[in-house]
Design a protein around this ligand. Sequence first.
Ligand code: SF4
Length: 366
Amino acid sequence: MSKKILVHICCSVDSHYFLQKMQTEYQDSKLIGFFYDPNIHPYSEYYLRLLDVKRSCKILDIELIEGEYDYINWIEATRGLENEPEKGARCSICFDRRFYISAKMAKDIGATHFTSTLLTSPKKSLKQLKSSGDALAKEFNIEFLAPDYRSNSGTQEQNIIAKKDKLYRQNYCGCLYGLKQQRESQDRLLDELRSPISNQLLPNSIEDKIRLYKRREELESLNIDYEIVKHRFLNYRVTRALVKSKKESLISHILPYSTIRNNYSRGRVEKELYGIYYFNRDEIKFITLKFYNELANTNYKSILELIDNPPIFNEEIKIREKITKSPCDLSAIFVLDCIEFQKYEINLYAKAYEDVKEEIVQIEPK
Ligand code: SF4
C-alpha cells in the first residue's frame, strides 16, 4: 500500500461515486471514510445522511469513522455570515472548519493524504475547496488530493449510480441558513426546521424518510427485491392553531387537511347533526373526543393523550372522510372535549400543498 488516504464524506450521493473513482485511481492505497458534517441541520437530517453513507461504505467495503456532531462550534464559526449566499464567505468558513478537523484526523490516524467528496458536488466551487484543502494540508504537513471526477460526464455518471443504488438524495446543502434562503426563494415551508407538537409521523418529513430508508435496509438484509418510486401528492402542515371560547384557550386536536381562508374565523356553533357540530362560518366543524373515538375505533381518555399519540396520518384522513363524505374536503375539523352552542374564535395557520414523496414497492418473486 503506497498511501493511506482519509476521505472526508459529505453525503452518499457524492461519496458513493467519488469513492468508487478513488478505488480505481488509487488501487494500492487504503481509503478511510470520515463523516464530519456538523453543518447539517437538523440532527434528524444529519442522522439520515449518515445512515446512507454507512450503507454506501459497507457496499464499497470502506472503513468509516464518524466525526463529532459539534454543531455549536460550527454555528459559532459562521456567526455573522448567516445571510451570505451559497458559495460565499459562510461556505468558505464551513469548508475550512470541516477540512481542519479532517486534516487533523488524517494526521492522527497516520494518513499521508486527505481529500473530500465535496469535490464531486456540482454545486460547490472547486477553487474554494482546493484553496481550503491546500492551506490545511500545509498546516498539518500532509497532502490534499483534488481529483476532478466531475468532468467527462462524471456528474451524469454519478446521477446514474445514485439512482441504480437507490441512494438518499437530499434537496438542500445542509445548514439552516442555506435551507432558509432556499425555501424562501422556492416559496416553500421551512418544514425541516419545525417540530410538530403531535407525535404523528408527517408525510415526507425527515422522520418519514428515515422510516423509508431503514425499511430499504431491512428488505436488503432479508434479500427482498424492491424499487423506490415517487408520488406527487397533496401534503399538509399546521404551523399554528388556537381555539378560544370566552377568552379561554381550549385544548384541541386538528384533523389533517383542515384549513381556513385568511387563517382566522369568529362565529358560533349553530347546529349538531349526527355527532358533527357545524359552525356558522368558514365551513368549520367540531366533533367531541367521544365521537372521534367512535369513528376511529380508539379509546383516548383526553385530547392531550390523542395529541401525544395520534393514529397514523392516513387513518385520520379516513376519519375526515367519514365526517365529510369526501376524500378531497379541506374543511377545518377540530376535536374538543365538549362542544357548546356558543361563540368560538379560531386561529389556524395551515397549508395544504403539492409535494413529491418516495415510497418503496416490494417486488414479489415470480
Ligand atoms: S450552504 Fe452548504 S457549504 Fe455553505 S455554509 Fe451552508 S452547509 Fe456549508
